[in-house]
Design a protein around this ligand. Structure first.
Ligand code: ZN
Ligand code: ZN
Length: 158
């Protein structure tokens, strides 16, 4: 099984995605600003969820750190970005899956690298697992998250 990386750099060029982002912004009382667009473009172009320092490095001085925290908070509140935590002691952010694509994460416990991975061939089995959970427990599953922790190929070579 060769994992396919969920690269979606062009997601903000998709008019349907932009319309949905604008709908969520309007519902949260937010307007498009240069800073919000810059942050969204940076998150969308990344091949994995990004921490605030990583976003700041990618964006540069266009968005000062205090604004960056505020913009990210607003976009999370508007359900455009989601906040992920992998027991690293800090948060990472990515586009809400409904705006991007369903995927899982590979988290390296040695260097801290996080990568996106799509596992289409297993989603049917995961849907079956959710049905089993519901049958056994009465818990109605609406989504799943599955992240893999281990050693990345770069660290494994060293
Ligand atoms: Zn690593
Ligand atoms: Zn899945």
């Amino acid at each position: 099984v060769s994992p396919v990386v969920a690269l979606r750099p062009g997601v903000l060029q998709d008019p349907a995605v932009v319309t949905e982002i604008e709908r969520r912004m309007a519902r949260a009382g937010l307007r498009w600003t240069r800073a919000r667009r810059t942050v969204l473009e940076s998150v969308a172009a990344a091949p994995a969820p990004r921490s605030v320092p990583e976003l700041q490095e990618a964006i540069g001085r266009d968005v000062p750190l205090s604004s960056l925290y505020r913009v990210i908070g607003d976009l999370v509140a508007a359900r455009i970005l989601i906040k992920l935590e992998f027991a690293e002691g800090f948060a990472r952010f990515e586009l809400d899956e409904e705006l991007a694509a369903h995927h899982h994460h590979l988290v390296c416990t040695r260097c801290g690298a996080v990568a996106d991975v799509e596992l289409h061939e297993f989603e049917g089995a995961l849907t079956d697992a959710a049905r089993t959970v519901q049958r056994r427990t009465g818990f109605a599953v609406s989504m799943h998250r599955l992240d893999f922790f281990g050693v990345c190929s770069t660290c494994a070579r060293d």
